[in-house]
Design a protein around this ligand. Structure first.
Ligand SMILES: [Zn+2]
Length: 336
């Protein structure tokens, strides 16, 4: 009898040991899996932060490219205007159909040029009788370049017109007063300079312009600009909207000015030499030339070109004037 009493106890002990063993094994297994998952989670987190950084980089690159494209749009619209003018003026019967095999680029002055002597000496500007005036205009400032531009203009006793932009230029607001005090014309260009925004509707344009007007008025202690220039020129945007903007702005007493000579500095690829050549080679063919230049951020090539441009035009007998409401408007689009 005594022996039989021990048997169930022994069986219970053995079963308990087995259950403990199985549970222990399962615990270890689960613990192992948990640690593995933890490692995977931390790896995923690392990957995720890496991807986030890449995404931020790409967004910054995209923004830079958008800015570049906007600059190019400016430049293309200038070029298309020049091409249009050229087409209108040059309606001779000459056929250029045979030139299909030519593959010219405008800067084809390389050693392979088969006609190396065929270059007009454009430095000698045509002489006109009486006083000649030239109107230098600077868009997209004020920037850190503006005081240097003002100093160079002073050296040549030159007056100019500054079509200003507020966005990203707020820290240079003190130069607005300086432009006025030194006898130049301060004019409106855009608060945001964002084509998609301002050319959406007449109201969108007016909203942008009122903000800019207020900024100029406050910073200068009451200077009231009366001239403006459309970003990209008045041939930008839908003709319906721009025509209505012109009508509305004229009703409000403003006159818009485009340009008839471009320095080509809208593109950051334009060199100092290009700028000097673009200006000095073309002013002589136009009465009262209004020259497009920029004093916005990064326009160092313009700054470097400016003394030579001023010297050459002074030598050719030009007087540098600011635009005012009595100056003859240069307008690609006019109110109808
Ligand atoms: Zn502009």
């Amino acid at each position: 009898m005594k022996k039989k009493r021990w048997i169930p106890v022994l069986v219970c002990v053995i079963i308990s040991l087995c259950v403990c063993g199985v549970l222990g094994f399962q615990y270890q297994d689960l613990n192992g899996r948990y640690q593995k998952l933890e490692i995977e989670a931390s790896q995923l987190q690392e990957n995720n932060s890496g991807l986030n950084e890449e995404l931020a980089d790409s967004a910054a690159q995209l923004e830079e490219k958008e800015k570049y494209i906007e600059g190019q749009k400016d430049y293309i619209s200038e070029l298309s205007e020049q091409i249009q003018d050229f087409g209108n003026e040059d309606s001779t019967e000459d056929s250029w159909e045979d030139s299909s095999e030519d593959d010219w680029s405008s800067t084809n002055k390389s050693e392979d040029d088969p006609y190396p002597n065929l270059y007009a000496d454009k430095d000698d500007l045509p002489v006109q009788s009486g006083q000649k005036y030239v109107y230098l205009t600077f868009d997209d400032g004020p920037s850190s370049l503006t005081p240097k531009v003002l100093d160079i203009l002073d050296e040549y006793n030159a007056h100019a017109t500054f079509f200003v932009v507020a966005a990203n230029n707020e820290e240079y607001e003190e130069y607005l007063s300086e432009i006025v005090e030194r006898g130049h014309t301060l004019a409106l260009h855009s608060y945001s300079h964002n084509y998609n925004q301002i050319y959406r509707s007449v109201n969108a344009f007016l909203e942008d312009y009122e903000k800019l007007y207020d900024w100029v008025y406050e910073e200068t202690g009451g200077y009231s600009p009366c001239l403006f220039r459309f970003p990209g020129g008045s041939n930008n945007g839908s003709s319906y909207i721009v025509n209505n903007i012109i009508k509305e702005m004229e009703r409000r007493g403003f006159t818009h000015y485009d340009w008839n000579v471009s320095s080509g500095d809208g593109s950051n690829l334009t060199t100092t030499e290009n700028i000097i050549d673009n200006v000095c080679s073309n002013v002589g063919y136009i009465d009262n030339p209004v020259i497009l230049m920029h004093d916005g951020p990064g326009k160092n090539a313009t700054l470097t070109a400016l003394p030579t441009v001023l010297q050459k035009l002074s030598d050719a007998g030009y007087e540098f004037r600011s635009l005012d409401q009595n100056s003859e408007p240069v307008q690609y689009r006019q109110s109808k």
